[in-house]
Design a protein around this ligand. Sequence first.
Ligand SMILES: NC(=O)c1ccc[n+]([C@@H]2O[C@H](COP(=O)([O-])OP(=O)(O)OC[C@H]3O[C@@H](n4cnc5c(N)ncnc54)[C@H](O)[C@@H]3O)[C@@H](O)[C@H]2O)c1
Length: 394
Amino acid sequence: MLDVTIVGGCGRVGLPLGLAFARCGLNVALYDIRDDAVHAVNAGRMPFIEPGAPEALAAARDDGLLSATLDPASVADTECVVVVIGTPIDEHHNPDLGAVDRAIEEISSHLRDGQLLVLRSTVYPGVTAVVEQQIARLGIDVDVAFCPERIAEGKALAEFAELPQIVAARSPRALERAAKLFSNLTHEIVYLEPEEAELAKLFTNAWRYVKFAAANQLFMMANDFGLDYERVRQAVIYNYPRAADLPGAGFAAGPCLFKDTMQLAAFNTNNFGLGQASVMINEGLPLYVVACLERSYDLAELTVGVLGMAFKGESDDNRSSLSYKLKRILRFKARDVLCTDPYVTVDRDLLPLEEVCRRADLLVIAAPHRIYADLVVDVPVVDIWNLRGDGVRV
Ligand SMILES: NC(=O)c1ccc[n+]([C@@H]2O[C@H](COP(=O)([O-])OP(=O)(O)OC[C@H]3O[C@@H](n4cnc5c(N)ncnc54)[C@H](O)[C@@H]3O)[C@@H](O)[C@H]2O)c1
C-alpha cells in the first residue's frame, strides 16, 4: 500500500512535492498523463530544472520510495491522493471551472473507501465544495481536503521544509488526516475553512502581482522623469523596514500570478480594479520598454537580441513569459530579432548566446539569468532588472 499518489505528479509542483514526501520516508507514486515526463522520472531524469531535485530523485529511487506511472489505477492502492494538475485560464482569461473535477472524474473508478483526497491545485473558489459533492455522488467514503501549494519554482525543495502548510477541510477527520500528511513536511500547520483557503491562495498570488505592478509603475514614472528607479529604490529601502519589500522593476509573468489574479477577478464578478490595473501595468511593460527604445534608436535599422526567454531567472519555464511578448513587439519594429536562453529547451527558434551577441546591435535582458550579469559585449545592454548593477534607465 502506497502512502501518497500524486495526480499531476510529474508537473512543476507535483514532482517536487513527491520528492519532498519521499525525503520524509513516504512511499509515493506520481500519476501523470505526460508519457515523456513519466519516462524521464523513471529513468532518474528530471523533466525540468529544480535545484536539489536531481539528487532528491536519485535518493528517492535508490530507497525505492518513488515511481511515476501513466496508469490511473495507481490511485486505488494508496492512502492519500493529492491532485495537483494545472489550472490555467483560457484565452479570454476565464478560469476553467471544471479542470479539477474532470481530472477526478477520470480517476473516480479507482477511488476507494477510507482514502484521503487532497486538492492541491490553485482553484477557483467553490471548487472544493464541487469536488465534495462529486465524491458524495460516487457514494464512496473519501475524506476531502484543500491544501494549497505556495512554493515558488526554483525554491521548491527548500520551501517545503520552511513554509507553513495551509490545511482546510469540512470534517474534523479530513482535517486531521490532511494535517498529519503535511506534518511530514513541516510542524507549522495553519487551519482554515476550504473557502478561506481557496481565497488565501489566490490572495497570496494576487498580492505579489500587485506589488510587482506597483514597482513597475514607479519604475516607469522615474524613468519618464529621467531618473534611475533603482537608485531611488535603494534609498527608499535602506534601513527602512516599512518599505523593505518594494520590488525592483522587471517582467512579472509566469504560469501563476497573472492567471490567479484573473481567477480572483472572475470570482468577484470582474470587479478587481487593483488586479486589473496590475495586469495593464505588468503586461504593458514590454511595450513600454520598446517605446523607450524607439526614442533612442532607429529600431528598423537594428538587430535586437533578447536575452532570456524563461519567465524568471535561472528557470527553464517559459510558460506565459513576457519575453515572448517583447519578441513579438520587436519583430514588428526591429530589422531582426534573435532570442536566446541557456535553460529553455522547448523553443526551436532559440540561438546560442554567442551567436546572438555577435549578430545583435542591441541586447535586452528579458529574463535575469545570472550569466548575463557579467556578459562582456560592445553593444548597449538594456537591463530593467539592474542585473548588471548599472541602473535601470531605458
Ligand atoms: N508552478 C508553480 O510554481 C506553482 C506554485 C504554486 C501553485 N501552483 C499551482 O499548482 C498547479 C499545478 O501547476 P504546475 O505548474 O505544476 O503545472 P504543470 O503543468 O507543470 O503540472 C501539471 C501536471 O499535471 C498533469 N496532468 C494534467 N491533467 C492531468 C490528469 N487529468 N491526470 C493526471 N495528470 C494530469 C500534466 O501532464 C502536468 O505534468 C496549478 O494549479 C498551479 O496554479 C503552481
